[in-house]
Ligand binder design. Structure first.
Ligand code: FMN
Length: 283
């Protein structure tokens, strides 16, 4: 067995880490730590990328990203996920209105569709002439959505470690049946989300969106339900962040308005029935 590589912490100074943490949280309140390395530093600097340069994503880079995705943990070693790579411009143009019509989608050199996949399990069961009762449980659906998500985040981290940028596309659940048809998905598969992949444009000025204070998210031994004061503090931080880009934003209003009705779900309010139609009965 090979020895673990030395942790190259010497490259990252405490001042550098403090600055990165300040940007990540929009405040100096977050506790610094010394277990830092280039992997963690890169993760702390994550931001979604929606403006791409003309630089193509090579097959080799894509292979690296997707191979890293396959290395993610997966439930029961069933590997209940797949990914569909879309590079063809006409195909991207066809998919764009189905997945939220967001302007940057067809500008990305690569679109990845992360797929919850019980098709292969069904094929195996069919050949073995065995029942598939277990695939009808909500647990089986959940597991395939979880596996696809874990693989996608492995891909995201790998891509960003190479200097590429990604944005997840939840809009890929707006029209699940049409999107599945466009991707040629077999039964018992569904798109969990899409992802754009490309090199950052030199004109991209998107920032690192501050995260909530850690005490809201990380609990020790028992969940601390006293959240409102810290949520108000985060509201001020994230609103100031958007104000620095000239955007008038009210995060609390945004969250509460989103959940106040079904209006903001772009068709996803019908997801359960549509996922059933795709072969995830989920009882
Ligand atoms: C599952 C998922 C779906 C998302 N869908 C979209 C999307 O359709 N369009 C978009 O512009 N960003 C989308 N995002 C990106 C989020 O808006 C973004 O991650 C969040 O605002 C935090 O910003 P950051 O990624 O730059 O830190 C999605 C993120 C996730 C995790």
């Amino acid at each position: 067995m090979s020895e673990a590589p030395e942790n190259p912490t010497a490259e990252i100074t405490p001042e550098q880490l403090r600055e990165v943490l300040h940007t990540r949280f929009g405040t100096d309140e977050v506790a610094p730590f010394s277990a830092i390395n280039p992997t963690i530093l890169r993760q702390l600097q994550h931001r979604s990328l929606r403006r791409f340069s003309d630089r193509p994503v090579t097959d080799d880079e894509l292979t690296a990203v997707l191979t890293a995705a396959q290395a993610a943990s997966n439930s029961s070693n069933h590997n209940s996920w797949s990914v569909v790579v879309v590079r063809d411009q006409a195909h991207k143009t066809e998919l764009k209105p189905l997945i939220g019509d967001q302007p940057f989608i067809d500008k990305a050199p690569v679109l990845l569709f992360w797929v919850a996949d019980l098709y292969r399990a069904h094929r195996l069961a069919e050949r073995a002439e065995r029942p598939t009762v277990g695939t009808e449980l909500f647990e089986a659906t959940l597991v395939s959505f979880i596996d696809a998500s874990l693989a996608a985040q492995n891909a995201a981290v790998a891509a960003e470690s190479l200097g590429l940028g990604i944005t997840y596309i939840g809009g890929a659940r707006n029209h699940p049946l049409e999107t599945a048809a466009s991707l040629g998905l077999p039964p018992h598969t569904a798109v969990v989300f899409g992802m754009t992949l490309g090199w950052p444009s030199p004109t991209d000025r998107s920032g690192v969106r501050p995260r909530p204070p850690q005490r809201l998210i990380v609990h020790h031994e028992r969940y601390d339900t006293d959240v409102l004061g810290d949520l108000d503090a985060y509201d001020r931080t994230i609103n100031d962040f958007f104000a620095s880009y000239g955007r008038n934003f009210d995060w609390i209003d945004y969250v509460t308005s989103h959940f106040s009705s079904e209006a903001d779900f772009y068709g996803r309010e019908h997801l359960l029935e549509q996922i059933r139609d795709l072969g995830f009965p989920s009882r």
